[in-house]
Design a binder for this molecule. Structure first.
Ligand code: HEC
Ligand SMILES: [Cu+2]
Length: 416
């Protein structure tokens, strides 16, 4: 304020005086600074928008850029959920507008300043019946179709294919329990290139953190029952396009189902905060035509038969260690680090007395049963050969030079 008064005084005192010019110059400098600041902010925002626009596109079957609505439905259930959502939203909006319209109209119309006198009645049976009955009817109207969908969602009977989905920290296990493909069983983990992108802080691609090594493969048009459970903590199996989300709880089984109406790739995430790698256990469901599915099952069965290792085979140390390196990268490096040093409460395997111990059964026991109440998880689900291989690898890598190898038969014998 005083500056403004001074400015007016200067102007009145005479345009052209040195003081006036000083002020004008100051104002010019200030406005220039402001303009450059604004334009810099503009360039920054522009650049950010440009990179965002170039870097990501909609992922079919997964998230879309600036997505506001639910994922496009691929099952009847998901379609019904959309319908329910919009119906309820519309009913709520209409009620909201109606109530507020009546309220504001009444306040305005009967305001004191136009001379309205308040009515003097204290109870109105009509109004009370009306404002009880109307909401009751509305709630029933909403609850009826919602209950119908809820019941349909829970009806997991007569499934064509049953898959057990197990949540692990931090990956998914898929076991085909009943139906075509019965007996197939595999683990699905985040693609390691995405892990590397995340570590480097350089996200790229439309399927960032959604790419896995082995997607869950199912046939189109068939009822798939999904049994969920978990091995360590609570996870949740969620695929928005199918309208399913089911907690996976250790020691319990829950189930849900879907019947995909379209072939294609559909994506989801673990939907229960389950630890530090919660964001790194995506779900990829590949829906194939009946013929493609049959071909996939046949190929997969052949692969598993070829992979099925004879637990009595005796391996050379180098071969075991080579195989163990892969097992370690896929299962252990997330915690123990590629360099075997661990971090924080995660003990190092490089130099660990248990790893170096001449009594091999000690480390076999750690792998089969875990350690410290599951802080180190149990790895029973790995094959005897994989466990033997990873132990052999840790015993002969980094600074560990024990020269010991652990054979699959020793692991088999230690299992109970
Ligand atoms: C979820 C994180 C995690 C993963 C994955 C993991 N570990 Fe561990 N591991 C731990 C923790 C934590 C400890 C320390 C437990 C304790 O406090 O006693 C540990 C301990 C160990 C030990 C005992 C070390 C010692 O000196 O007591 C060995 C051996 C080991 N892990 C091997 C492995 C192998 C091999 C794998 C892969 C198959 C693996 N771990 C995967 C977390 C993990
Ligand atoms: Cu999880």
């Amino acid at each position: 304020m005083p500056v403004a008064i001074q400015a007016v005084a200067w102007l009145v005192a005479g345009v052209g005086s040195t003081e006036t010019w000083k002020l004008v110059r100051t104002m010019k400098i200030m406005s220039n600074k402001l303009a450059s600041l604004l334009s810099r902010a503009g360039i920054f925002a522009g650049a950010w928008l440009a990179t965002a626009a170039h870097a990501v596109n909609d992922l079919p079957g997964g998230p879309a850029v600036n997505q506001l609505n639910f994922a496009p439905p691929v099952t009847k259930i998901a379609e019904e959920q959309h319908w329910l959502h919009w119906m309820m939203l519309i009913i709520c909006t209409v009620v909201f507008i109606a109530v507020f319209a009546v309220m504001f109209y009444s306040i305005w119309k009967h305001r004191k300043s136009v001379g309205h006198k308040p009515a003097t009645f204290s109870e109105s049976v009509t109004v009370e019946i009306l404002w009880t009955a109307a909401p009751f009817l509305i709630v029933i109207l909403m609850a009826l179709p919602a209950t119908k969908v809820l019941v349909a969602q829970k009806d997991t009977t007569n499934a064509d294919l049953t898959v057990k989905v197990t949540g692990y920290q931090w990956k998914w296990g898929y076991d085909y329990i009943k139906g075509q493909g019965e007996g197939l069983s595999y683990i699905s983990t985040l693609d390691s290139s995405h892990r590397a992108m995340s570590d480097a802080g350089k996200p790229a691609g439309d399927n960032y953190l959604l790419k896995v090594d082995n997607p869950l493969v199912v046939p189109v048009g068939q009822k798939i029952r999904v049994i969920t459970t978990a091995n360590d903590v609570i996870h949740a199996f969620m695929v928005p396009a199918f309208g399913i989300k089911q907690d996976a709880i250790p020691g319990f089984v829950r189930d849900t189902w879907f019947r995909a109406e379209k072939t294609g790739d559909f994506y989801g995430q673990c939907a229960e905060l389950c630890g530090k790698e919660h964001a790194y256990m995506p779900i990829h469901v590949k829906v194939l035509s009946a013929a493609d599915y049959t071909a996939w099952v046949d190929a997969e069965k052949k692969k598993q038969a070829a992979k099925a290792d004879d637990p009595n085979k005796v391996w050379a140390l180098d071969d075991l260690s080579k195989r163990g390196e892969k097992v370690y990268a896929a299962n252990c490096a997330a915690c123990h680090q590629a360099n075997g040093k661990g971090a924080g409460s995660i003990k190092a395997v490089d130099g660990s007395p248990i790893v170096l111990d001449a009594n091999k059964s000690k480390q076999i026991a750690v792998l089969l049963n875990g350690q410290n109440n599951g802080a180190m998880p149990a790895w029973k689900q790995l094959s005897d050969t994989d466990i033997a291989a990873v132990i052999t690898y840790t015993k002969n890598n980094w600074s560990n030079k024990t020269g010991q190898s652990v054979q699959p038969a020793e692991v088999l014998a230690a299992r109970k």
